[in-house]
Design a protein around this ligand. Structure first.
Ligand code: SAM
Length: 245
């Protein structure tokens, strides 16, 4: 099970450094918005908003009357207030909180893969859509951070993109796309720092002794060097769906 209090602690700590380091999340947020066929919505609900990388794209590209945002970390509200001041902020775990409104667009970038039960959560979100409502999300596939997930046990064992892909077949899938993006770093140590600064190490306490770091550096360079850089793989998956077939 994902330890939500650890996820909360890690993301709360990384809020200040997140924007500067979340290069991939910025790319996926932009792309998710570009995949929407419509730019007019009455009501929008964003899940796992953090510092508002996706919120800024929403504000720039979509017309809407009502905007609600959510994050596990309540301190995220202050960032969202700067972007869309008239928001309603629902703090808490999206798997647990009660949703009492219906939305035309429920949207999320790089968050829902942390769910312990993404299928049940998606069902709950589908029940919070208006008649013509849609859900748009970026989550991650099996190859995401593949260079480090096994090494540090960072995978969410309750989540599998294969299982989720099968699950959403009951809905109307308007878009499904997997992407591979490789990011280059000067050293394996820089990768560890990057993971910390973006909170992506959030699922597990990583106990890093000096000797663990040294052997990690050596193995990483051996296995994942490209020219004079080391690489890290991201595997975003873009999904847009509406409830009815
Ligand atoms: C990688 S950040 C992505 C932030 C933002 N969506 C973006 O586009 O940059 C993930 C965010 O999701 C939040 N989060 C993780 N699990 C959550 C959950 N179960 N319910 C609500 N928020 C969650 C974290 O607190 C964090 O702020």
């Amino acid at each position: 099970m994902i330890d939500k209090s650890l996820v909360k602690k890690r993301f709360k700590k990384s809020l200040k450094s997140y924007d500067e380091n979340a290069t991939i999340q910025k790319e996926t947020a932009k792309k998710l918005i570009s995949l929407l066929q419509n730019n007019e919505y009455n009501s929008i609900f964003e899940i796992g908003c953090a510092t508002g990388i996706l919120t800024k794209e929403i504000q720039k590209s979509l017309n809407f009357k009502c905007f609600d945002a959510n994050d596990l970390v309540k301190e995220a509200k202050q960032y969202i207030d700067e972007i869309i001041p008239y928001n309603d902020f629902l703090s808490g775990d999206i798997e647990e909180i009660f949703l009492n409104k219906k939305y035309d667009l429920i949207i999320s970038n790089a968050c829902l893969q942390w769910c312990n039960d993404i299928e049940r959560t998606t069902e709950k979100l589908v029940n919070s859509l208006t008649d013509n409502g849609i859900i748009a999300m970026t989550i991650f596939g099996d190859k995401n951070l593949e260079e480090i997930t096994k090494e540090f046990g960072l995978e969410n064992k309750n989540y599998s993109i294969t299982k989720f892909k099968e699950f959403i077949r009951k809905y109307n899938i308007l878009h499904y796309e997997e992407e591979i993006i490789t990011q280059e770093f000067n050293s394996p140590f820089e990768i560890l720092k990057h993971l910390k600064l973006t909170g992506v190490n959030a699922v597990k306490e990583m106990k890093l002794t000096k000797s663990k770091i040294e052997s990690f550096e050596e193995n990483y360079r051996k296995l994942h060097t490209k020219k004079d850089k080391v690489i890290l793989t991201y595997n975003p998956v873009y999904i847009i769906l509406s409830p009815n077939k």
